[in-house]
Ligand binder design. Structure first.
Ligand SMILES: Nc1ncnc2c1ncn2[C@@H]1O[C@H](COP(=O)(O)OP(=O)(O)OP(=O)(O)O)[C@@H](O)[C@H]1O
Ligand SMILES: [Mg+2]
Length: 340
């Protein structure tokens, strides 16, 4: 790819991981310097964005008339161009040292199945946010490099990034992607399954934040039961409910099963020798979902493969983006991107 970054501009590099739930920025020699929710708050009357990240997220679900919050990225695709642009600008401005710094080169990650208009929209949002140029890297490649997986060896390795909007996964050998796919069921789908179950079985409405908190709490190994605040479906009155971790896990199991199917189908499409390598080396998990101990255990049992979470799994994509964009090896990796 012609837009790979030379050493001369490495210092001006920003690795920008625009995720469904969080935006992260990695800078050379500094690591992850920005990590906030992918949310923008708008004053609808004046048509201006007035809060970003943590400040905007606090307002989600609580905005009075005339104000609203927007999550402008879903599964690597821009769903609200203007909000994505201002969010990217906020992240880049916060992460860059000094007002007079030259415009940065920005590396971004995209799901492997991202094509055409989606790629262009993301690229344009980042350019109009103030980037001098962009480098686009397949998301699982960035995750693998950020996790420190030895993708250059001849034996196969598999990395699965458990995000909020997508599960991006790939099998690597000889430093290249052999096979890759992106599933649209990830953390948000788990939360929706949980909220649907609470409504059907207990007539309790859970907001997205409550459903996520309940799922995360139930994912801890020592969790037995978890309290959550919701609202009675019939009367709309507030209620504090307590669910066992086992109930929570049963509620999300169909989504976990869909993830397992997706991972299994990727393995099936790989050459047999590579599948055998992965049986030996196991699967490396990245993304915020890799912090869910119960989920990791389920994937391991259901796939029948060793599964381990990367260190600081949520930062792997941003870090890998930065490492790829600042190394000369990055060019070859990005050029070689050809998922089957
Ligand atoms: N401790 C935890 N236990 C379980 N899940 C967690 C934990 N911490 C974060 N998550 C989940 O990880 C997901 C967010 O991960 P991440 O920040 O990697 O996503 P993202 O990059 O914003 O999304 P995507 O890559 O899909 O666009 C959310 O669904 C969140 O609930
Ligand atoms: Mg992500």
């Amino acid at each position: 790819m012609s837009n790979a970054v030379s050493r001369a501009v490495a210092d001006r590099l920003i690795a920008l991981d625009l995720g469904t739930s969080r935006v992260r920025v990695w800078r050379p020699r500094q690591g992850v310097v920005f990590d906030e929710p992918s949310v923008v708050a708008y004053d609808l009357n004046r048509g201006v964005a007035f809060a970003f990240g943590e400040n905007a997220q606090k307002m989600t679900g609580r905005t009075p008339p005339g104000m609203d919050t927007v999550s402008p990225i879903h599964a690597g695709a821009v769903t609200d161009f203007e909000a994505a642009r201002v969010l990217a600008r906020h992240a880049m401005d916060t992460a860059r040292p000094g007002r007079f710094a030259l415009r940065p080169t920005v590396a971004t990650a995209v799901p492997v199945e991202s094509r055409g208009i989606h790629l262009k929209a993301l690229d344009q949002a980042v350019l109009q946010a103030g980037a001098a140029r962009t480098v686009t890297v397949p998301a699982p490649l960035a995750a693998a490099v950020g996790a420190g997986v030895e993708i250059d060896r001849e034996s196969g390795s598999m990395v699965v990034d458990l995000g909020a909007g997508t599960v991006d996964m790939a099998v690597f050998a000889f430093g290249r992607i052999v096979s890759a796919t992106s599933l649209g069921v990830a953390g948000l789908a788990l939360d929706r399954a949980l909220a649907g179950w609470a409504r059907r079985q207990h007539r309790i409405d859970l907001g997205p934040v409550a459903a996520e908190q309940l799922r995360i709490a139930a994912g801890h190994p020592e969790a037995e039961s978890v309290e959550v605040k919701g609202r009675r479906t019939e009367y709309g009155t507030p209620v504090v409910a307590r669910f066992t971790a086992a109930e929570v896990h049963d509620a999300v199991l169909p989504v976990v099963e869909a993830m397992v199917q997706g991972m299994g189908s990727l393995l099936t499409r790989c050459p047999t020798e590579l599948s055998a390598d992965i049986t030996d080396h196991g699967v490396v998990l990245t993304g915020g979902g890799a912090r869910d101990v119960w989920l990791c255990h389920q994937l391991e049992c259901r796939l029948g493969l060793p599964v381990r979470a990367a260190e600081n799994p949520e930062n792997c994509t941003a870090q890998g983006l930065g490492l790829l964009a600042t190394s000369t090896r990055g060019t070859a990796h990005v050029e070689a991107f050809s998922p089957v």
